[in-house]
Design a protein around this ligand. Sequence first.
Ligand code: ZN
Length: 98
Amino acid sequence: MTTCCDILDKVSLAAAYRWGPYIWPGGYPQFLWIHEGDILCWKCFKENYAEIWRALVADDQESDWYPLSIEANWEDDALYCSHCNAHLESAYGAPEED
Ligand SMILES: [Zn+2]
């Protein structure tokens, strides 16, 4: 079972992949910290899972895809995916306005 902010291992990475973008219980949006503090949105996590998995299994900490942890975004409305630049939803932040 994945909980917030665990150091990732293969079991929790696979569990998170199956589980989806919201932490349970609570339904808070979560995201992935990768190599050197970059952030991946859940879409990019899914799309690049094979690369992330490979980096973790190989313990390749030099890889751009090396996963560090999975965390919930409680209230930071200024988080953007380092890969696709998507805005990351927060649990308590101000709602987006168009
Ligand atoms: Zn992304």
